[in-house]
Design a protein around this ligand. Structure first.
Ligand code: 0O2
Length: 234
């Protein structure tokens, strides 16, 4: 079966996600190819949504540059959630591991991380994005004002953006995590430490990580105060 034939085939609704090893799928190659093709199509739409957000952020950056203003965005990182992560998140939430289920229940298949120099930049970038008419805010979690028990800080917004294809339009959810360089430093290392540890992280280490997060948060606030002080000298 070639790819054009696959495109015209109707795919059964709510097919199982193609996991890396799935004996049932592997024993039926036609079924496997159909699902792999549908999965690829879905992921292409999520990738397009990410591209649109990246372009918007790039334009905002360029606008600030030509206006001679300080850049509120340090770095932008994007990722599409891997099939394994999608399947394990659905399983963890006791939801069906199907295409419909992942599209309807997961908000972070497309993820964009915006790293900003200062805390106030996070809220400026958020406002600049949400002002745009094709972006709809679905959910906001402010882990800066209310940090997680771990000490984790970031502003999470889930937005919806239309992706226009040749014959259809898809409203796609994208999770945007906005954080400072300091918050990102903590979150990246803490994530790696947890990932590398096979055993449960001891309570003493959790407390230590929390304490470091507090120190980092204080440094963030101090850096912002210094920046404001210098700005006022101009
Ligand atoms: P990955 O690989 O980063 O994508 P939900 O996603 O809404 O179903 P929840 O727990 O309400 O579940 O989501 P939340 O807490 O708003 O966001 C989850 C994401 O935030 C995580 O994604 C991490 O990226 C980040 N995050 C949340 N808490 C912590 C933390 O304590 N430490 C670090 N380093 N990151 C955190 P995933 O899905 O875990 O993984």
């Amino acid at each position: 079966m070639n790819i054009d034939e696959l495109a015209t085939e109707s795919v059964p609704e709510g097919g199982e996600l193609p996991k890396v090893i799935n004996k049932e799928l592997m024993s039926n190659p036609d079924n496997f190819y159909k699902m792999a093709f549908e999965f690829q199509q879905i992921m292409m739409i999520y990738e397009s949504a990410i591209k649109q957000i990246e372009t918007k952020l790039d334009i905002l950056n360029k606008e600030n540059k030509v206006s001679g203003r300080r850049n509120p965005i340090e770095t932008v990182k994007s990722r599409i959630k891997s099939p394994q992560s999608i399947a394990s998140k659905l399983e963890k939430k006791k939801l069906p591991v199907t295409f419909d289920s992942m599209v309807n229940n997961l908000q972070d298949i497309a993820g964009v991380r915006v790293i900003c120099p200062y805390i106030s930049d996070i809220y400026s970038v958020r406002d600049m994005l949400l002002k745009q008419p094709d972006i709809t805010l679905l959910e906001e979690k402010d882990y800066i004002k209310q940090p997680k028990d771990s000490g984790y800080r970031s502003l999470h917004v889930v937005i919806e953006i239309p992706v226009y294809l040749s014959e259809s339009t898809h409203n796609v959810k994208v999770e945007i995590q906005l954080r400072t360089i300091a918050m990102d430093f903590w979150a990246s290392l803490e994530h790696e430490l947890r990932y590398k540890t096979n055993t449960k992280v001891p309570e003493s280490v959790r407390r230590e990580l929390f304490r470091v997060a507090e120190t980092i948060a204080m440094t963030d606030r101090e850096m912002e105060e210094i920046a404001i002080e210098l700005q006022n000298l101009d």
